[in-house]
Each structure stands twice: as structure tokens, then as C-alpha cells.
Design a protein around this ligand. Sequence first.
Ligand SMILES: [Zn+2]
Ligand SMILES: [Zn+2]
Length: 282
Amino acid sequence: MKINDANGVEIDSEMSIVFEDGYFGLILESWGPKVRNKDYNKALEVIIHRLKLSGLKRIEIFLASSGIRKSLNNMNDRRIKNHVDGFFYIDKDSAIDNRLNISKSQKFFDATGKKQVASGNGTKRILIHAKDLNSEDAWMQILDFNYKLPLKVANISNLKEKDPGKYLQMPAIKPEGQINPLRITKTVTVFERDPKVVEWVLFTSYGKCENCNSDAPFISINGEPFLEVHHVVSLSAGGPDTVDNCVALCPNCHRKMHFSNEHEDLKSALYSKITRLKKYNC
Ligand SMILES: [Zn+2]
Ligand SMILES: [Zn+2]
């Protein structure tokens, strides 16, 4: 399998998605000393960059050449280590730095095992493993440039200036829509919420969003500031309908809590900010 660079030009480097020695991941290979796939380094950088865009924080790299696989049975012995815990932190270091660190650590291995001194640059066949990418589909999304990866808001800070539209995907055809949409009756499970809890949380918020502190965006029909009450641990996940699991949010923040790619961070921020909240691990 081959991938393209950001300009759509094919990168000359062979790779495959595998389940090998108990680990799921991507094999990237080139053969030394005559490097057959000249774009090995470029491919590695592109992959690391795409993994970072997907929101992953760290990856693990294992040597996977046939000689090494025979002589070092234990995956841990074949792990190319970085930092103290052996992970390569793709969210902190650039793709180029990670690639350089990988090849630096790789030089402590030869065709069959570990060396005391770094030297040479032998066979390269590495397995890139990321804990959350455990299906072929997940890896295909990383490799396929037509697939827009979720982008961290941090990367597109100040959306207005940076043309947020460019992060949207163009649909293939303009849809006709439906003049008379079909009416479907669905059965949904709803939880009965205690109106007193809602009332109490709204009153405590004094008309300000408990996430961003801004005033409610408008006054609602009943004459009160409009905010929405959100369960920090959702009822469907087993969270309780109690004031120590509820926050008053403006509609933007409420949507963010549910749909942002940073919702876990937002949730932690609520816990540290609002003292009445109790952490429920449901
Ligand atoms: Zn808000
Ligand atoms: Zn909610």
C-alpha cells in the first residue's frame, strides 16, 4: 500500500496494516543499506503528522524485521524507546523530531539484536502501534487523505482569522432534499428529570454559563435568562439526576460538552472549577 503526501503526490514507501505478534498496527519498511523505498522518512513523518491530527497523544514503535523478530521474542525488547516510558509523544514533539528520535534510538539495534553503541542504519521494518487504533478502518482513515481527521481546536485557534470553512468537507453532490419528508415514529428512552434540580441549578448560576462565565444569550419566554442544564455524567451512562452532577450552560458550551473533540478536557475543567460537583464514575 502507498500513501500520498499533502499535495497528492505518491510517497515511495511500502506499508501495510497488520496484526503481528499480538500488536495491531502499521508496518513501514525499507531495505538497507541500499534504501529501496526512498521516501521512508517522508512517509514516517506524514503518518506521525496524521496521527497527531487524529487527536492521538502518543505512539509506540517496535522493530519488526524478520531477524529481530526471531532473536528477540519479547515485544518489549524490540520496542524503540523514547523518553522514560518508551512512548513517542506526537502531541508535544513535531513529526520531524519524532522521526529523528525514532531513527536515533533505532541505531542501537542491528539485524538480530541490541547493541551497546549506536551505529549503522540497517534494515528498517517498524511497527507503529497506537493503543486506540485497533481496526483496519481506523488506520485507513489515518492513511487516506480524503478523510478529514478531527482537528483539535488548539490547532485552529482563532477560527475567524484562520478561515474555518477550509476544515469542512465538500459533499460530492448538492442534495435534493425532501419536499414532503417521511414521518417516522421512533421509540426513544427518556429519563424523567427532577424539575427541582433544574430549577436549583439555574438559580445557582445567576444567569451565567458555568463553563464560559458569559451571560445567558437571551431571556426566554418565561422571562428568565436562557441556560441549559447539563448532566456532567449523562443519565444514559448511569449518572444521577442530582445538583452535584448538573451544570448550567449556555447553548454553545452545552453543544461543546457533547460534541467537541476536547469534551473530556472540558469535563475535567468543570470538575476543578465547580466545587459542588461530585465525580461519578459510572
Ligand atoms: Zn458558555
Ligand atoms: Zn447535556
